[in-house]
Ligand binder design. Structure first.
Ligand code: NAP
Ligand code: ZN
Ligand code: ZN
Length: 347
C-alpha cells in the first residue's frame, strides 16, 4: 500500500482536518501521481457537508487534480514518469455499457466510480485530491497542456469540462446567443470557452459586482438578475442558457429568456427540487435539460482546446491549511474565480 496524507472531513459539516490513509499499490494499468495542485469545486462543499445525502466519511474531497507521474504499471502505454497529468471527477466505470462504449462514462448505467465519496470496484471508498498522491487507471487519466501553468489548469478538470460539454452538445459557435447564469468557478470557464467558440456571450449574475470582470473574461453583455427589468428586457433572447448556480431559483423565469426551440441547461445542483410549470416549456417549444461533467475523451478534447486557445482558470492559490476558510469564502461568492490548493503546503 502507498501512504497518503491529506485533509478530510470526519463527518457531515465537520471542518476538514489533517488525515493519513493508504492507497492501493499501482496495478498493471495504473499510474501513480504526485499531486501538485487541486481545485476547490462547489461540489466538494456539497458532499463534505452531505447536502446531497449518502456521503461516505471520512472524506478526502477534490476532483480537479493536477500533478506529475511518479510510477507506471507494467502495461501502461499512455503515460510515463514525469508526465504532467490530471484526474477529474471519475476514476473508473463499467467500461461495457452503452454510455461507456460511447465515451460517456459519466453516464455509466452501472455507476461511474467518482474520484471521492464513491466506492471502487472492490468496495474501498475512493479518496480525492486534497492529498499528496493518487493512484488511478491510465484510461481515466488526462494529459495536461504543456504550454500552460499546471495550477491554473487544474480547474479545467471539472469546471472546464462541465461547461465545455454542454456548449459542444448544443452546438455553440458563431451566430449563437449564449447566457451563463452565475459567474463562479464553472461560470467563468463557460464564458471563456463560449467566447473562444465564437458565440455571443451574456453573463447573468446575481449582483453588479462582477460586471467589469465579465468583459475581461470574454462576455459581450452583463445583466444582474437582482434587477427585475432584466427578465423583461431579455425575454426570448438566447439559444442556450447554462445555469451554474447551486441555490434554488425560479427556473421558469430563465426558461422564458430562451428563444423558440431554445434550451435551459442545468449544471448547478441545488439541494432542493425546483418546480417547473408546463406553460414555461410549451410557450416557445423550450427545452429543459441537465448535463454532468464530460466523458474522458471529451475531457481530453477540452484540455487540448484550452491549450490551443490559451485558456486557463482565474485562480487564487491557497495552502491546504486554509481550506475551511476557502469553503466559507466560496459560499459567499468571494473568490475570483477558483481556489486551487498548492499541495506543497502539505509537506
Ligand atoms: P461557485 O464557484 O460557488 O459559483 C456559484 C455561483 O453562483 C457564484 O459565483 C455566484 O455567481 C452564483 N450565485 C447566485 N446567487 C448567489 C447567491 N445568492 N450567493 C452566492 N452566489 C450566488 O460554484 P461552482 O464550483 O461553479 O459550482 C456551481 C454548482 O455546479 C454547484 O452546485 C456544483 O455542485 C455544481 N457542479 C455541477 C457539475 C456537473 O457536472 N453538473 C460539475 C461541477 C459542479 P454570481 O455572483 O455571478 O451570481
Ligand atoms: Zn466539480
Ligand atoms: Zn458503464
Amino acid at each position: 500500500m502507498i501512504k497518503s496524507k491529506g485533509y478530510a472531513a470526519a463527518a457531515a459539516k465537520a471542518p476538514l482536518a489533517p488525515y493519513s490513509f493508504e492507497r492501493r499499490d499501482p496495478r498493471e494499468h495504473d499510474v501513480a501521481i504526485d499531486i501538485k495542485f487541486c481545485g476547490i469545486c462547489h461540489s466538494d462543499i456539497h458532499q463534505a457537508r452531505d447536502e446531497w445525502g449518502g456521503s461516505i466519511f471520512p472524506m478526502v474531497p477534490g476532483h480537479e487534480i493536477a500533478g506529475v507521474v511518479t510510477a507506471v504499471g507494467s502495461k501502461v502505454t499512455k503515460f510515463k514518469k514525469g508526465d504532467k497529468v490530471g484526474v477529474g471527477c471519475m476514476v473508473d466505470s463499467c467500461r461495457t455499457c452503452a454510455p461507456c462504449q460511447q465515451g460517456l462514462e459519466q453516464y455509466c448505467t452501472v455507476g461511474s466510480i467518482w474520484t471521492y465519496n464513491s466506492r471502487d470496484k472492490d468496495g474501498t471508498p475512493t479518496m480525492g485530491g486534497y492529498s499528496d498522491n493518487l493512484v488511478a487507471d491510465e484510461n481515466y487519466v488526462l494529459r495536461m497542456p504543456d504550454n500552460l501553468p499546471l495550477d491554473a489548469c487544474a480547474p479545467l478538470l471539472c469546471a472546464g469540462i462541465t461547461l465545455y460539454s454542454p456548449l459542444k452538445h448544443w452546438q455553440v459557435g458563431p451566430g449563437k446567443n449564449v447566457a451563463i447564469v452565475g459567474l463562479g468557478g464553472l461560470g467563468h470557464m463557460g464564458v471563456k470557452i463560449a467566447h473562444a467558440l465564437g458565440a455571443e456571450v451574456t453573463v447573468l449574475s446575481h449582483s453588479l459586482r462582477k460586471q467589469e470582470d465579465s468583459r475581461r473574461l470574454g462576455a459581450d453583455h452583463f445583466h444582474a438578475t437582482s434587477d427585475p427589468a432584466t427578465f423583461k428586457k431579455l425575454r426570448g433572447s438566447f439559444d442556450l442558457i447554462i445555469n451554474t448556480v447551486s441555490l434554488p431559483m425560479d427556473w421558469n423565469q430563465f426558461i422564458a429568456l430562451t428563444n423558440v426551440n431554445g434550451s435551459f441547461v442545468v449544471v448547478g445542483i441545488p439541494d432542493k427540487p425546483v418546480a417547473i410549470a408546463a406553460f414555461s416549456l410549451i410557450a416557445g417549444r423550450h427545452s429543459l435539460a441537465g448535463s454532468s461533467i464530460g466523458g474522458i475523451r471529451e475531457t481530453q478534447e477540452m484540455l487540448d482546446f484550452c491549450a490551443q486557445h490559451g485558456i486557463t482558470s482565474d485562480i487564487e492559490v491557497t495552502p491546504i491549511q486554509k481550506v475551511n476558510e476557502a469553503f466559507e469564502r466560496m459560499i459567499k461568492s468571494d473568490v475570483r474565480y477558483r481556489f486551487v490548493i498548492d499541495m506543497a503546503s502539505l509537506k
